[in-house]
Design a protein around this ligand. Structure first.
Ligand code: ARG
Length: 568
């Protein structure tokens, strides 16, 4: 309702010229109770300037308020000015732009606001792709779409964990416990098996660790045999990750992972030295961060090898040079809070003013009911695929039961099953832990993805039954004057400001909650009003409301990375 709100702010500005329209816009509230008006303006901040008690100021402004075609009533309650809008004007003001923008409602497709880099998913090669990576994938994908909708040009980066001592371990494990044939047959499952076995064996025989380290050093020095193996392990893992990305319909603009920075770190380390930020401690190089209440950031170990942070500092710089970003976002579990705080601080100490454009977006854990960990069952990617496949199968049997004649059952089951999982991950503030329960995830009636999708499908079905003939310019919106219609219109009108807020707070859950609100308002509207009535003007007005709802629901789901089947 941005537009509306601006118009109200302008009206008030005539009365309070000392505040800018933007200021007034910020102060204007939407009362939780509609009995208190559509907007409320608290006068507390004006006391100083007007040298009067706030309730008196409110009264004065109300008394002098000019009549306006779109304000029905204005009154003061204590220090508040309550504004009641003209309802048919309101509905028209909201629905017209939606019906003009159609499929684009809510989206600024200009890509004109600058570049945003979003580092998300970023699993580790030959290590488990765990449920945390799934969270990063769906949250990152949603933030990508939210910022695109806000007019930014987004670049999704999958910062693969494809470098580090784990590869040395894997090489030793491969030589000792596996073979080319078995790995070719079993893929990542076998890589995980031997990786786990390596850890067990190394506990008894620590020399294995030395051997692994020397293999990694070989890799860092460019040894051909070691790099050959590394490439092979990486391909095997990537193939399996791709399967999950395909199910989720997530893509990336870059797969430059940690290995990509291997040859770019030396100049950065030299720069840190030249800027006197490096201290040598027992042969290791580190940046002290005591002043900032953090432990030191390790840059190289005493054997000269680099670390996760070294690669992230290098990547930060590379990304700024490459994308000239407005923001560079990292989506990971909150366990990495310290890591990113350290990396951002080091970049800041290097004197880069863009250090404050880097943002870590942390999220909480996912656990099963009763708190058990979900990543155990081998802790592997197959488990993830299992969850997605199971969601699809369960959805299919629900559809078989509720709507056995539906066409494209498989595709719809896929869209709904996967959508349910995604939605569940983002319905609450992402910093919160998520409890995973099938009952909750696939509940078609609760505050769930399927429920929102169902409202959308219902809107589509109404629109299929009737032929919309009147263009919205000719619609008499004053006919939509019942409470449910007005409430639905108001919900629909909030979409843009919800997207803006979701972007400001890096919080896809705002979109998820909003989608539920719209679905509920629509269900109420649908329950209270017969849509296919005799009276043609009324029918057309209601159908246009349904159409506007359909666009809004579809676009909100899109921002979450969820599909909107037309029938289910
Ligand atoms: N690979 C890391 C992990 O699985 C996440 C990487 C996040 N991105 C980054 N630039 N550090 O924990």
């Amino acid at each position: 309702m941005t537009n509306l709100k601006t118009q109200i702010a302008e009206l008030l500005h005539n009365q309070i010229p000392s505040l800018t329209i933007e200021n007034i816009f910020e102060i204007l509230e939407v009362p939780a109770n509609t009995q208190m008006g559509d907007y409320a303006f608290p006068c507390f901040k004006l006391a100083k300037e007007f040298k009067k008690a706030p309730p008196l100021i409110a009264k004065e402004i109300v008394d002098n308020f000019p009549t306006s075609e779109f304000v029905d009533k204005i009154e003061n309650v204590n220090a508040y000015i309550n504004i009641y809008l003209n309802k048919s004007w309101l509905v028209e003001q909201i629905l017209s732009p939606i019906l003009t923008e159609k499929e684009n409602y809510g989206f600024d497709n200009s890509k004109s606001k600058g570049n945003i880099v979003i580092d998300f998913s970023s699993p580790n090669i030959a290590k488990p792709f765990h449920i945390g990576h799934l969270r990063s994938t769906v949250i990152g994908n949603s933030l990508y779409k939210i910022f695109e909708a806000l007019g930014y040009n987004c670049h999704g980066v999958n910062h693969l964990g494809d470098w580090g001592t784990q590869f040395g371990k894997l090489m030793v494990a491969y030589k000792n416990y596996s073979s080319k044939e078995i790995i070719e047959e079993k893929g990542i499952e076998e890589l995980l098996r031997i990786y786990v076995k390596f850890h067990e064996e190394a506990k008894l025989n620590p020399e294995l660790d030395d051997e692994a380290r020397s293999y990694f050093t070989k890799m860092e020095k460019g040894d051909e045999e070691a790099l050959e193996l590394w490439k092979w392990f990486k391909e095997i893992s990537l193939n399996e990750f791709e399967r999950v990305y395909k199910i989720l319909d997530v893509t990336f603009d870059s797969y430059n992972g940690e290995a990509f920075y291997n040859d770019k770190m030396t100049p950065v380390i030299e720069e840190l030295e030249a800027k006197n930020l490096i201290e040598i401690s027992e042969g290791a190089k580190l940046v002290r961060l005591e002043e900032d209440n953090m432990p030191p950031c390790l840059i190289t170990k005493n054997d000269g090898s680099t670390l996760y942070a070294t690669r992230d500092i290098t990547a930060a710089k590379y990304r700024y040079d490459t994308y000239n970003f407005e923001k560079s976002i990292y989506v990971t579990a909150l366990q990495q809070n310290l890591h990113f705080a350290q990396v951002f601080k080091v970049v800041d100490k290097m004197g880069y003013p863009w250090a404050n454009k880097m943002v870590h977006v942390p999220f909480g854990m996912v656990s099963g009911e009763g708190g058990q960990s979900l990543s155990t069952r081998n802790g592997n990617i197959l488990f993830l695929e299992d969850i997605l496949t199971e969601a699809i199968e369960k959805t299919k049997s629900i559809i078989e039961e509720k709507n056995p004649t539906l066409q494209n059952k498989d595709e719809v089951a896929r869209q709904v099953g996967v959508g349910a999982i995604i939605f569940n991950d983002m319905y609450n503030s992402i910093i919160k832990d998520v409890i995973f329960s099938w009952e909750q995830v696939l509940n078609f009636e609760g505050e769930t993805g399927p429920n929102v999708q169902y409202a959308h499908a219902r809107a589509c079905s109404v629109l299929r039954q009737a032929n919309l003939t009147t263009p919205y310019e000719k619609i008499d919106f004053s006919l939509l004057n019942d409470e449910a219609s007005i409430n639905l219109a108001k919900e629909l009108g909030k979409f843009k400001s919800v997207i803006r807020l979701a972007g400001q707070k890096f919080e896809p859950s705002f979109i998820a909650r909003y989608a539920v609100d719209v679905a509920q308002a629509f269900n109420k509207f649908y329950h209270d009003n017969t849509i296919l009535v005799e009276n043609a003007s009324l029918k057309e007005a209601r159908l246009n409301m349904v159409l506007a709802t359909k666009y809004t629901l579809k676009n909100a789901l899109y921002l979450l990375g969820i599909k909107s089947p037309e029938q289910m």
